[in-house]
Ligand binder design. Structure first.
Ligand SMILES: *Cc1c(COP(=O)(O)O)cnc(C)c1O
Length: 404
């Protein structure tokens, strides 16, 4: 299908829930995407922090090909090997004891919330528990996940949402403490806030919330959907803090493009939580998804992905810091590992659109942040190329602002 025809068909047939950039991508190779005209784009977004291995990873492709020929799906009424392999690998990397595979991040959050409610229901012998979530958080678009998402713009058309959710300020321990009641069953937060504008948790805050949860038998749910899977230099972001959650949610890079998520629990939390009949999914953890997760973990190990992130991230940070120093329109950098944000006073949508024209993919976070969540296999040379294109982009935009 010809490019303009494809775009026109998409605009007339797909539900209009996105304002898309006018690009039709056709294939990927390494850290580059190629559109239907053959133009190359350096990818510093990775399909929103999904394609951690970049594009065209041979071992990953071969594992998927093999599994499509063997078996795609069986339902959860039976056992299958790939998903057990995947479970072993995710649990070993996450120091957790039990896992439930889902098809998306949103569903992982749904499961995590249900698990926390069930834990408290078992303990107290009654339902009606409350959850503390964070302002400026993002946990997904289903009614349950939206109910713990601290963004009025996303929530308001769909209210009333799930009751019993109270919002605290991220990195403000007092505000969390003030919302605790004897009905609180969980505190949920992203270890590094993503969509909200790339805000890492302060170590003191996370440790304080952990201590509070321990004291009151409240479960700590960490959403590692975006910041997990090696992105911060540890396999999961909380491992940088030494603060272990009771429940954690994972997705995005978990399947590197195959739609799969998971929520994981410690043995203690799982022992008095979801039981047979309490939760289920038709697709979740099917053999194909299991093979993908398993292959992703094998490649992470072979390529030493978290170690690579630790090695290359300081270079990205230094180059972004230099850029912030050079351009008046850039005011701050923040982030962890290969999850970085730069605050920008030029409309960030314009920056992304102009960068795209120049062959660089970056995305926004919050209202005024340029987000960098590249494949985890980027090199310093890729960072240099990104900086050159971003400089050119900003120079064009700054000039057009002055000339207006
Ligand atoms: C993307 C994201 C989600 C939602 O995941 P989906 O796969 O889009 O449902 C939830 N939490 C965080 C932190 C995310 O970045």
């Amino acid at each position: 299908m010809e490019r303009n025809h494809c775009i026109a068909e998409a605009e007339s047939r797909l539900l209009h829930t996105y304002n898309r950039f006018p690009v039709v991508f056709e294939r990927g190779d390494g850290v580059y995407l190629y559109d239907t005209e053959g133009k190359a784009y350096l990818d510093f977004a990775a399909g929103i922090a999904v394609c951690a291995l970049g594009y065209g990873n041979r071992a990953y492709q071969a594992a998927l090909k093999r599994q499509t020929e063997l078996l795609m799906h069986t339902s959860n009424l039976y056992y299958n090997r790939p998903t057990v392999d995947a479970a072993q690998k995710v649990l070993a990397a996450s120091e957790m004891d039990r896992i439930f595979f889902t098809n998306s991040g949103t569903e992982a959050i749904e499961g995590a919330v249900k698990a926390a409610k069930k834990y408290a229901c078992t303990r107290d012998d009654h339902a009606g528990h409350e959850i503390i979530a964070m302002n400026h958080s993002f946990h997904g678009r289903s009614i349950g996940a939206l109910s713990v998402t601290g963004n009025d713009h996303y929530r308001e058309p769909f209210e009333p949402l799930m009751p019993g959710v109270h919002f605290a300020d991220f990195n403000d321990l007092e505000s969390v403490c003030s919302l605790v009641t004897d009905r609180t069953c969980a505190v949920i937060m992203e270890t590094v806030q993503g969509e909200g504008g790339i805000y890492p948790a302060d170590p003191e805050f996370l440790k304080g919330v952990r201590a509070l949860c321990d004291e009151k038998d409240i479960l700590l749910i960490l959403d590692e959907i975006q910041c997990g899977m090696g992105r911060t230099g540890e396999m999961f972001a909380w491992q940088n803090y030494g603060v272990k959650p009771d429940i954690m949610a994972c997705a995005k890079a978990l399947g590197c493009g195959v739609p799969v998520g998971a929520f994981l629990m410690t043995g203690r939390a799982a022992a008095s939580s979801l039981a047979p009949g309490d939760h289920g999914t038709t697709y979740g953890g099917n053999p194909f998804a299991g093979a993908a997760v398993s292959a992703v973990f094998d490649e992470f190990e072979r390529l030493h992905v978290p170690e690579h992130v630790k090695a290359v991230a300081p270079y990205l940070e230094a180059q972004l810091d230099a850029l912030v120093a050079e351009f008046d329109c850039l005011t701050q950098r923040r982030g962890m590992g290969l999850m970085q944000g730069v605050v920008c006073t030029i409309p960030v949508g314009q920056v992304c659109a102009e960068a795209l024209k120049n062959g660089l993919i970056v995305i926004t976070a919050g209202a005024d942040v340029i987000r960098f969540v590249p494949p985890l296999v980027i090199t310093e040379a890729d960072v240099d190329k990104m900086i050159i294109i971003l400089k050119k982009t900003l120079n064009t935009l700054v000039k057009s602002v002055i000339n207006r």
